[in-house]
Design a protein around this ligand. Structure first.
Ligand SMILES: [Zn+2]
Ligand SMILES: [Zn+2]
Ligand SMILES: [Zn+2]
Length: 609
């Protein structure tokens, strides 16, 4: 490709955007802006109004900035300053990260032209800084930015095929003629202006650095968390100030800092700005902060107990965001349908909401949908007169889930009694007691409760907490298991010695323990075996006794010269032959043999008579 040289080369203005410079170059050379775009496009990426805003924000995928700079006689770094590339370079030098850099700025830039008519009148070109979405006014003229054409009222694309600076590409109206409104510049707008002034200047230091073994993103996360912890040497999750960030963003920062993300995660520019603004630290001061070694060590120390690290996420809970209420129930690994693994199970001892930790990320997630769906959506949608199915449509969920959510909210005192479904006024104590002592399913069936009633009782915080506490109790250490087992064996021995029947009921009574607890710990079989043994011993004893009694009976009959027969012996023993044969066939055998012998002995006597 031959080197293109423009005959007329306009001067690049201070703070001018690339789209503005392309428009002015095109106009001076008698061509259209899209002719220039097409000349310097990448591969088959033809000019399109849909992504024309990318020309200013992140042109490297669609427009060859370097070649354009050469052909127009502008220094490459000056050319880059017509775009938001200097902002991205403040963020990363890593080419790989750079290729996905649009994400850092997602939502922060306006996709349409915003402008100050006074600026346009004094010097007709578009300023790059106008593209910043959160910036609402011109700092020089103290006027609100205009976002629509004064003639046709349409939004103006960043670059159209026939765009000319200062004119509406739709109706040709002069943008300078827009109605201006004064803007009272407050601290917030001042801070926004300062931040972007810093970010857009090529000379300012990068906000991220590579430090030791930490890459740019990781170290940026560490620094932000350091600021959130109040710049203390020791990171305390208890005292982590969220700095206007939501929990998800804080969690992401912790994951990035610990390098425990399952997939590449980036820190959005708004996370950095929000954090710094909330604690009033300027970007330049931020670049000078280096967290002390002690802080980094405490942050990366994963040995901190889970309960100290995490806190309840249920906004209605008295322990909301206060660490210390979460209890562990188990550590087995479960696979979720999305392929991730959960390997830590916790619940809040205050509200009973259950959580799990996503393996490898340290991310705490709710097990269920009461925070997300019930509190987050259904609570707002559940107004008098709105049916379950209407809520389900609005909440994009199923009828059953929404019904469960409504009953959960009511059972937990988060909404007043629903009018659209049948639910108990308040828990009936007898029923509640049943739910405390037996499995929910058993009670539901035995008491013939309706589905709604069953949900109501199951979702009461007391019921859920009791269930969870039992789960937790069942998780015993080896030593505790050993101790319990020896107590169990002692109890069995004592019952056996006293000839008291061994059963689950009698053993639990002796140990003062709920049968379910014993079953859950896998100790039930000790009782079954002991009971079996006791039965066999009893039977053996009975069999010996019976044989002895039979011998005595036969001897008595012989002594009294009474004819010995099987039926007479059984009659005198007071037992049923068939039932004895079932449990103690050896007794029958013994009696048959004894009677036979007696008959032989008695034969001559009866013959002689
Ligand atoms: Zn202005
Ligand atoms: Zn117009
Ligand atoms: Zn809670």
């Amino acid at each position: 490709m031959t080197q293109i040289k423009f005959l007329i080369r306009p001067c690049l203005q201070k703070g001018e955007s690339l789209s503005s410079f392309i428009q002015r170059t095109a106009e001076m050379n008698g061509i259209h802006p899209y002719d220039i775009w097409r000349l310097f496009r990448y591969a088959d990426k033809n000019p399109q109004v849909d992504y024309s805003h990318q020309i200013n924000s992140f042109p490297i995928n669609i427009f060859n900035l370097q070649k354009f700079a050469n052909s127009i006689g502008v220094e490459p770094c000056e050319m880059e300053a017509t775009t938001f590339m200097p902002v991205i370079r403040k963020y990363t030098t890593n080419e790989l990260v750079l290729s996905s850099s649009l994400r850092f700025l997602n939502g922060m830039l306006s996709n349409y032209l915003k402008f100050c008519p006074a600026c346009l009148r004094s010097n007709p070109y578009y300023r790059l800084i106008w593209q910043i979405a959160e910036l609402k006014c011109c700092h020089e003229h103290k006027k609100a930015f205009i976002e629509k054409c004064p003639g046709c009222g349409k939004k103006i694309p960043v670059l159209r095929a026939n765009s000319i600076v200062g004119l509406c590409p739709w109706c040709g109206s002069n943008l300078c003629n827009s109605l201006e409104t004064a803007f009272q510049i407050d601290d917030q707008q001042n801070r926004i202006f300062e931040d972007w002034d810093y970010l857009l200047s090529c000379d300012n230091p990068q906000i991220t650095v590579i430090n030791g073994s930490f890459d740019e993103g990781q170290f940026l996360a560490i620094k932000l968390l350091y600021i959130m912890s109040g710049s203390n040497d020791n990171l305390s999750f208890n005292k982590l100030h969220p700095c206007d960030l939501n929990k998800t963003r804080v969690d992401t920062l912790i994951q990035i800092a610990r390098d425990s993300c399952t997939k590449q995660k980036n820190i959005h520019l708004s996370t950095v700005l929000t954090t710094l603004r909330s604690v009033r630290i300027s970007l330049i001061d931020f670049t000078k902060i280096t967290p002390p070694e002690a802080f980094i060590n405490s942050l990366l120390d994963k040995s901190q107990t889970m309960s100290k690290q995490y806190s309840c996420r249920a906004p209605w809970c008295t322990s909301y965001n206060k660490p210390g209420s979460l209890q562990r129930t188990g550590t087995s690994t479960k696979r979720r349908s999305d392929g991730t693994h959960l390997n830590y199970f916790l619940y809040c001892a205050c509200c009973g909401i259950e959580y799990a930790i996503v393996h490898g990320t340290g991310h705490l997630v709710e097990r269920g949908y009461f925070i997300q769906l019930a509190w987050g959506k259904v609570k707002q949608l559940s107004t008098p007169g709105t049916s379950i199915s209407e809520i389900a449509i609005l909440a994009n969920s199923t009828n059953d889930k929404v019904l469960r959510c409504v009953i959960f909210l009511y059972a937990n005192g988060l909404i007043s009694k629903p009018t659209n479904i049948q639910v108990p006024d308040k828990p009936d104590l007898a029923t509640l007691y049943q739910y405390f002592n037996c499995s929910a399913k058993e009670v539901w069936q035995q008491l013939h409760l309706s589905y709604n009633e069953h949900l109501f009782y199951s979702f009461l915080p007391e019921t859920r907490l009791l269930k969870l506490r039992n789960l937790q109790k069942n998780r015993l250490s080896d030593a505790e298991n050993e101790e319990l087992l020896s107590r169990l064996k002692d109890a069995i021995k004592l019952l056996s010695k006293n000839n008291e029947p061994i059963s689950l009921k009698s053993v639990c009574k002796a140990l003062n323990m709920h049968p379910k607890t014993l079953k859950a710990r896998g100790f039930y079989h000790y009782i079954t075996e002991a009971r079996q043994e006791q039965r066999e011993n009893l039977l053996l004893q009975k069999s010996v006794d019976l044989k002895q009694s039979a011998d005595t009976v036969v001897k008595e009959l012989e002594n009294n010269d009474i004819k010995v027969t099987n039926s007479l012996v059984y009659e005198l023993l007071g037992v049923n032959r068939t039932s004895v044969n079932r449990t103690m066939p050896e007794v029958i055998e013994h009696i048959t043999g004894t009677v036979k012998c007696a008959k032989i002995r008695q034969k001559p006597i009866y013959k002689s008579k």
